[in-house]
Design a binder for this molecule. Structure first.
Ligand SMILES: Cc1ncc(C[n+]2csc(CCOP(=O)(O)OP(=O)(O)O)c2C)c(N)n1
Length: 333
């Protein structure tokens, strides 16, 4: 796929689960941020999109694809097509590598300005993300995702929970191609995520990171049962924002009264996460800075590291980075 993109001079929108999220300037990691702005997004409207594999994780990218009017050609090894917006114009079933090679033989590159525009935008966005997150004194949720991806050793697995973890990895992580990425995507359940990670760590016998929110962690806490007696190198990072952080980004946060919102969506709790993990005999600690998280994640598991964050501040921190990216990308146009 990388060879085809280089030949065509097309950008690669690199989903974190897809394996093409590299340091290559043509691997577009942060488009979700700048495609949120309609004026900026207008400069990136495609005519044809080649979708390899499944649907992108990003709601923004999917919405932008739906509205773009582009011809979307989906290529997959499986005959099953996930296309909830009904925007795929052609579905080709076969070996993606062979199909990419075939396309290369019959196509010519487009004007270099197209990919240069994407690459200028991506470079500006990467700079904003690094400037904002690599120096923060107290870890934010975006900073946790970024630090964890950068710190896990080469060929480690990273299991990313549903809700904000998968989004934070997509929006803020750097290159992921040194890792084998896993996620229980589908109906986006927050159930069974700890067990999934234990299974991957046990079966692969490789270091395995798990990025998970506090609710999903508690939902499947008993997945840790017996882990201390087995040599399973599972390094769990729990983002503890005392409830479901994702809901603070949704319209009901503004339309419902605070008490109703908290009862129905925020679902705050007083559980002692460190105590819960310790009850399973797992080494535990709390990390507040990027350095503390880095030190913890470098140690072999089983280990649970808890990072305490605030749901309210989290919304502001995301918005600050997104707005800075939009402004920086706008300046490249
Ligand atoms: C099995 C299941 N139950 C409920 C939901 C609805 N749901 C989606 S996100 C979420 C909150 C998740 O909270 P947490 O794991 O702490 O992650 P955060 O939102 O803070 O990133 C819930 C309850 C779901 N997706 N799956």
């Amino acid at each position: 796929m990388a060879a085809l993109a280089a030949h065509l001079r097309w950008p690669i929108l690199a989903d974190p689960l897809g394996g093409s999220r590299t340091d290559n300037p043509n691997a577009i990691r942060h488009a979700d941020a700048w495609l949120r702005d309609a004026d900026v997004a207008r400069n990136f409207t495609p005519e044809v999109v080649l979708r390899l594999g499944t649907l992108p994780a990003s709601k923004v990218v999917n919405g932008w694809l739906r509205e773009s009017g582009a011809d979307i050609v989906a290529v997959s090894a499986s005959p099953f097509l996930i296309d909830p917006d009904r925007c795929v114009s052609l579905h080709v079933v076969g070996d993606p590598a062979t199909i990419c090679a075939d396309i290369m033989r019959v196509t010519a590159p487009v004007d270099a300005e197209w990919s240069e525009r994407w690459q200028r935008a991506e470079a500006a966005a990467r700079q904003i993300v690094a400037q904002t997150l690599d120096v923060e004194p107290v870890l934010s949720e975006p900073g946790v995702a970024r630090t964890l991806v950068a710190t896990l050793p080469a060929n480690a697995n990273l299991v990313v929970s549903s809700s904000m973890p998968i989004r934070d990895v997509e929006w803020y992580a750097g290159a992921c191609d040194h890792l084998v990425m896993h996620s229980n995507r589908g109906v986006n359940g927050i159930d069974g995520v700890v067990s999934t990670a234990v299974g991957i760590a046990a079966a692969s016998r490789a270091p395995t990171g798990l990025l998970i929110g506090d609710i999903a962690f508690m939902h499947d806490i008993n997945g840790l049962l017996g882990i201390a007696e087995r040599s399973v190198d599972l390094r769990v990072v729990v983002v503890d924002n005392r409830g479901g952080g994702i809901f603070s980004f949704l319209p009901q946060r503004a339309t419902l009264g605070s008490d109703t919102f908290e009862r129905l969506f925020g679902t705050p709790h007083r559980a002692d996460l460190v105590g819960l993990a310790a009850a399973h005999g797992v080494a535990t600690q709390v990390a507040a800075t990027s350095q503390q998280l880095l030190d913890a994640v470098q140690l072999a598991g089983p280990r649970v590291t808890v990072v305490k964050t605030s749901r309210e501040e989290n919304v502001v921190q995301h918005d600050v980075v997104h707005q800075a990216i939009i402004a920086a990308v706008n300046a490249t146009l």
